[in-house]
Design a protein around this ligand. Structure first.
Ligand code: GZL
Length: 310
């Protein structure tokens, strides 16, 4: 789906308006919708001519969108790659066309570092570590006794946040909680429907699960429906930790259904537009521009809810 929300106006002083081609993963979650709004609003505020494409979570759609931007000779291409592999060919075409590429949100594996200039986004491995650390606080607060049997709802298979959040969580578990066990783990593709469907299967195969670690709030919200349908209390019978911090996640936490949330900031638009201008002007920029994020326990939910912008 393409929409050309070009502002048209030339920026102050008659300098040519910056044209930015942006390929978005899709609209799979609350986080993604907030990220899209942030990119579109920031491009408008910056007076850039934004060409925006929603790939509906298909890599081939992102590749054709990037080819489109190359054909349209945009000044800069930015995208959030749905998965980490398979980008070298199209990024080489952008390089040959002398169009700089900026990654936002998710990163890529590539054989050639010159194929993108910078990543504006979170440290997902650290988010995984933070999830394990806050789960320890949740277990203590709940006075949990006995085995810790974790179900893990993974993000989209092959996506940087899914790979790295699982890695970070396991790193802390192996180092500090040898008694914890991930008894079942499967992708819910970052969606509510996926979380609900997979969690109900988990409850069939592993009825003694007592912790859920979900790679995003949307899958946790879907899982809550499955847990309640099975006659169990989310946040009590099954303790829940997830990552993102969207408003609906905070609502569920204020209702006692989620025990802690690790924030992953989707509001990358302003940082992206700032770096696009620098890149267009040929300035050097940091290789990784990280976003600021916090972590929240259940007793902070009510107070924090009014502050949530997405
Ligand atoms: C994380 C982002 C992930 C979110 C999900 O930066 O890539 O994708 O955690 C979203 O909600 O679908």
């Amino acid at each position: 789906k393409e929409d050309d929300s070009s502002t048209g106006s030339s920026s102050a002083g008659g300098a040519k308006t910056i044209s930015l081609g942006f390929s978005q993963v899709g609209s799979e979650s609350g986080w993604r919708s907030a990220n899209t709004t942030s990119v579109k609003d920031a491009a408008k505020d910056a007076g850039y001519n934004l060409k925006f494409s929603d790939a509906q979570q298909k890599q081939e759609n992102q590749i054709s969108a990037i080819r489109n931007f190359i054909a349209q000779k945009v000044d800069v291409i930015a995208f959030s790659p749905v998965v980490v592999t398979g980008w070298d060919a199209v990024l080489k075409e952008a390089k040959a066309a002398k169009i700089p590429v900026v990654l936002t949100d998710r990163s890529v594996e590539t054989s050639d570092d010159s194929l993108f200039v910078t990543l504006v986004g979170s440290d997902f491995t650290d988010e995984g570590r933070r999830a394990a650390k806050i789960l320890d606080k949740v277990l203590t607060k709940a006075g949990h006794k006995g085995a810790v049997k974790i179900a893990q709802l993974e993000g989209t298979t092959g996506a940087a946040p899914a790979i790295e959040r699982a890695k970070g969580f396991k790193e802390v578990m192996d180092a500090e909680h040898k008694d914890w066990k991930i008894v079942v783990s499967q992708t819910g593709d970052f969606t509510r429907a996926g979380g609900k469907q997979v969690m109900s299967a988990f409850l069939q195969s592993n009825p003694d699960v007592n912790v859920l670690f979900a790679h995003n709030d949307d899958m946790a919200i879907g899982a809550i429906q499955a847990i309640e349908a099975a006659g169990k209390k989310p946040g009590t019978d099954i303790l829940i930790v997830c990552i993102d911090g969207v408003k609906d996640g905070f609502v569920a936490m204020s209702e006692g259904k989620i025990n802690a949330i690790v924030e992953c900031n989707p509001l990358l638009g302003p940082q992206l537009m700032d770096v696009v201008k620098k890149v267009k002007d040929g300035e050097t920029v940091e290789r990784w521009i990280k976003t600021k994020e916090s972590d929240f326990m259940q007793d902070q939910a009510k107070a924090e809810l009014p502050n949530r912008k997405y």
